[in-house]
Every structure is written in C-alpha cells, then in structure tokens.
Write a protein that binds this ligand. Sequence first.
Ligand code: FO1
Length: 316
Amino acid sequence: MTQSVVTLAGGVGAAKLLTGLIRVHPPGDLLAAVNTADDTVLHGLHVSPDLDTVVYTLAGAVNPDTGWGLAGETWQAMDALDRYGGITWFRLGDRDLATHLYRTHRLGQGADLATITAEITSAWGLELTVLPVTNDRIETRVTTVDEGEIGFQDYFVRRRHEVAVSAVRVAGSKQAQPAPGLVDALGRARLIVIAPSNPIVSIGPVLEVPGVRQAVAARRDDVVAVSPIVGGAALKGPADRLMRELGHECSVVGVARLYRDVAATLVIDEIDAHLANDVEAVGLSCVVAPTIMDDIESATALARIVLGCSANGVQV
Ligand code: FO1
C-alpha cells in the first residue's frame, strides 16, 4: 500500500474529517486505519461500528441524526426481536443488518476482516482504502467502579457511558497482528493524521496493536493529530469524562500529553487558542483552527489545514 496520507480513525469524528479529506485529496491516495476494538457479536452477527460509520459517512448514507447507522433506516427486525425478549438495546436497523449478515457470512467462509471491509467499501463506491487496524479480535474492556469489568458496547450504549470508570484495557491486543500492509503504509506515508477521535477508546486501541505505535512514533515529524477535546469537553461521546476518570487533564494540553510520543503537531480549536503555548510546552507544534465540523464546508476546510501540516510545510 502506498497511500500518501494514512489516517488513524475511530468512528464519527474521524468519518467527518475523512469526508473533508476525500474532497481535497485524491481518495485513492488515502488510507484509513480504523479501530475495531468496539466490534461486538450480537445475535451471532459480527458488528464493526467504527468501520461501518466511516464507510456509511463517506458514502453519504449515514444517519445524520446519530452519526452511525443508515439514513432513512427502518427497525422492523428490532421490533420483531422485541416480541421474543431478544437483545434490542443495541439497535441494528433493517438495512444495516445486511452489512453484519454479509460480514459474518464472509468471516464464516474464512475471509479476513480487511478483505471483507475492502469488499464493503467498494460496494459503496468508495475509492479510499478502509482498513481495520487488525484482522484479529481485539476488544475494549471497561472497568466500572460499581460493576467491575464490562464490554465496550455494554458501557457505551447500554449504560450510555454514564457510569464511573477506573480502567480501560484492550483484550487481545498483545497477540494481535497489524492488518497486512499497515505498518508498511505508515512507513511510506507522507503524512499520518490522528483523527479527532476518542484518544482512550478509539485511537488508544489502534496504537496498542503491536507495531503500530512504534511505526507511528518513527514518523513523528510527519504526524498531525486533531484534538477531539474542544473547550475542555468532547464534542461527542465520553472522551472528556474518561480522560478525567483515568487521570488525564481534560484539555488540549491533556491531549498533547497523550500524543507527545507519536505526533509532532496538534491542531486545536480557536476556542482553545489561549492554550497554544501550553501545548507547545509539551513538545508539539500547535496549529489553531476552526475544528468543529458541522457541515461539509467546515470538514473540507479542516482537511485542507491538516494536509498543510506536513513536516516540510508542503501541501501533501
Ligand atoms: N450507538 C448507540 O448509542 N446506540 C445504539 O443502539 C447503537 C447501535 C449501533 C449499530 C450499528 C453501529 O454501527 C453503531 C451503533 N451505535 C449505537 C454506535 C456505536 O456504539 C458507537 O458509535 C461506537 O462503538 C463508538 O465509536
């Protein structure tokens, strides 16, 4: 794989930035290495939320209200399942189910997740490469203060990430291998982007796959991260609460400390401009820009800024 730009990605925030990137850079020259540690098996089906969020968003098919699942979805299968008392707290829409049926069927045939993801990506007409960070099963496990360790979706969806957390680990990460071609792609890329995804439960598991953190750190000068924390809060999800609970400062400075070994540049929002010197004191160059992507124009503008952050200052 020889893409110039490799993006380490979680779900919604990464998908938005990638929507901008495919508008300002040839999509075939982009690779997204996506977290799979919040994958889950439900009803015997393999669900890969972050992979699907990236693909559906880039295909213009995502549900705009939730940022996950498909627009215009119906829920007849969930309603029917409810009759039997089946699991319905994790909502799988009727059309979305087809993706999980297909993925599970192909896994059963012996295909690996990277191959299946390439098939799904191509079926949605996308030219960029969407790569699960690993073909192996890795799983974020969350230790809650009241109930002990639970699975990620149990924490995120079932408990609506409203419970106190004392630890997070990625089960299976030590044995996992990076997806074929990923380490090589990180070595060759002209720019590596760390998307504005949750640093603990989205980017954390990506970096924990053996070889990935080392490959990114070796390219530190060419790595730009976009802060998912704006004005001391996460735009979506529990990144702010998790950072605080796990002992990190919940600010762009806290993000800079988490990424100081792997990224040379941090893009922070204008609202945090007063913290730019503190970010630089941590050892990263700081770029101040509008980072809130509430439409395609703002995502495209941010993508342009990110691409301008290559080490030699040349637009990638
Ligand atoms: N998030 C929810 O808050 N509730 C759900 O019922 C839910 C279902 C779901 C189904 C498919 C899918 O791809 C994503 C889904 N998500 C749901 C989002 C998902 O839990 C999170 O986006 C990620 O795991 C965190 O990045």
